[in-house]
Design a protein around this ligand. Sequence first.
Ligand SMILES: *[C@@H]1O[C@H](CO)[C@@H](O)[C@H](O)[C@H]1NC(C)=O
Ligand SMILES: *[C@@H]1O[C@H](CO)[C@@H](O)[C@H](O)[C@H]1NC(C)=O
Ligand SMILES: *[C@@H]1O[C@H](CO)[C@@H](O)[C@H](O)[C@H]1NC(C)=O
Ligand SMILES: *[C@@H]1O[C@H](CO)[C@@H](O)[C@H](O)[C@H]1NC(C)=O
Ligand SMILES: *[C@@H]1O[C@H](CO)[C@@H](O)[C@H](O)[C@H]1NC(C)=O
Length: 606
Amino acid sequence: MPLQITKAMKITYLFTLIHLFSVQCSPSPSPSPPHFVGKHSLNNTTPQQYFEVTHPLPTDDITPSCSVSLLNHSFANTYGSPPVTVNYTPPKSKCKWSVAVLEFQAECKGEQYDRIAGVWLDGVELLRTSTAQPTEAGIFWKVRKDVSRYSSVISQSNVKLTVMLENIVNKDFTGVYDVNISLHFYSASSVRVPLSIVSGIHTSSSSRKLVSVKNNEIGGKVNVDRVLKALYPYDKPADSVVPISGTNGVNEGFWFKIDDEHDVQTTKVKIASKTYKAVLELYVSFHGNDEFWYMNPSDAYVETNHLSTGRAHGAYREVLVTIDGELVGAVVPFPVIFTGGINPLFWEPVVSIGAFNLPSYDIDLTPFLGRLLDNKDHKIGIQIADGISFWLVDANLHLWVDHSNVKAQTVSSKVPAMEIERKNEFVLLDGEFEIEGERESEVTSWVSSSAGNLTTKYKEKIKFKNKLKFKDQGTKKELDQTYKRKIKIKTTNEMGQVVENLEVKIKYPLDINTETRPGLDRGTTVMTTQVELERSERVSGGTDWMSLSHKLNCTGMMVVKGSSVLSGLAENHQNYNYKDGLGCYTRKVDVVNGVVVGDDPSSICS
Ligand SMILES: *[C@@H]1O[C@H](CO)[C@@H](O)[C@H](O)[C@H]1NC(C)=O
Ligand SMILES: *[C@@H]1O[C@H](CO)[C@@H](O)[C@H](O)[C@H]1NC(C)=O
Ligand SMILES: *[C@@H]1O[C@H](CO)[C@@H](O)[C@H](O)[C@H]1NC(C)=O
Ligand SMILES: *[C@@H]1O[C@H](CO)[C@@H](O)[C@H](O)[C@H]1NC(C)=O
Ligand SMILES: *[C@@H]1O[C@H](CO)[C@@H](O)[C@H](O)[C@H]1NC(C)=O
């Protein structure tokens, strides 16, 4: 019953540990980890709207050319059941579209844990999302995601839409998740793009007017998905998208469930010989003993202290991608914290970065096309370095196909394993764990297609640092983690002229501090909690650039008894800052004890 374990253990391994610390004095610890439901910050009588702070979509205020309602479903006691599958019909031919937006609406009432959900079309993942924990009065929220990059799948007939959301409903956990999913279609000419999400044109930063995107104005290069999806400025959606996913999707959902570091999940693919570009998009979420992997101490710590928690194996994780067993790329995923995480009061009604729309991660496989264009099967593999149970991972292989013949070669390639140094020092329950990792990759390749013979030099540098301290008999925990990824891509044509020069910088710093002490009342514990997290991504290429910094700072405390939050205080402050050559979007949101006390969106550049 893996999911039950996850959800039960969910509330941070801290609680598991608190429990276990008490083991030292009490010989009969409760084997069941504490559940965390109970008090919410607000005692509303009307349903409240939850949200994730993010960028508005250019289509938000536009009437779609047409809309398709895909699913209305109540996810009640769905644990262990197959996902919901419905037939999908694309919009009628008279509905002209080039931009598609998936809308996921949910509502829930009662008591319930946060759950993870996936939405797939023909096995291609469109959305990974998690749910918020409901209140007695009810909560509701909406996720709008641009899914134009999956246009080739969305325009297909006779395919199935699959939605997985495992939930448990019983006398204690009453919340049923009511979910409605629809797709909205927009014609490119109707989409007014407030920011520089148009690739292929060079615009001066002084022209901050709204750009109306018309195919003829910019040579058909519209890329609405560029905002927040900015690893590469793809000129257009892929010609086909191949799922790298579980084969038993109709019964278990299309994600692979990965339970340990030796578990390598592979999918055989044979790609069209005229493919000139290939990008693997990874979808990732971590659960169970790895939900808070970044705070997991070493195995030795857990063993020496005779703790019965499974939350260990150190605090480095990476999703590794292989072709025929050889490493071609890797990412340390952004630490998305679900609404039951660290302190559930933080996430009412504003959830953590990415909780409603988990980021996906692009790995460019174009440099390896030379190996893939031989009309033979190749195995794309996914595994989790140092992973323990469990991860839900799959990928979409986006392929762009030429009309004429394509030749490609990987001239030289170096994608080494992460070089890792570890320091584990502890005495009883106090200790210091440090992990530092580094990788430098370099791949040179050429692809000869109708666009010419283009040589690309790809360079990537990854730095990972995790410092975890346990003090005062393990009751005080301090995490300081940084992850930095820097990519340089330089493409030249036959004449040696630079046709693209791109630089990407990604940074995900995370600090967590928690402290527990006995409460005033018998059996209660008081916890103070703090989280600081940032998602920072910058892309620059020639005169085109964009930068995003989304910061979160949450502080609070709570009184906990066994499994329930009895009372608490929580603040959640977020700063969203997007800028590019055409304009800016900033939003500052402040929440105190469940009340949004400030919410200032602005598109004025300072
Ligand atoms: C919540 O509201 C109900 C009804 O107004 C009241 O009976 C209850 O005591 C309130 N609870 C808290 C924690 O304020
Ligand atoms: C979902 O409900 C709406 C509103 O009642 C309805 O218009 C729509 O057709 C329903 N969609 C499906 C797929 O049943
Ligand atoms: C979903 O659609 C139904 C109508 O079919 C409507 O009653 C319900 O409020 C909708 N739920 C959400 C979360 O939008
Ligand atoms: C493409 O360019 C590379 C580097 O100049 C060269 O080695 C290769 O032979 C060329 N390929 C074709 C098909 O012309
Ligand atoms: C986060 O909030 C706390 C408490 O309000 C404050 O002391 C701290 O300086 C803040 N951190 C940042 C990075 O703003």
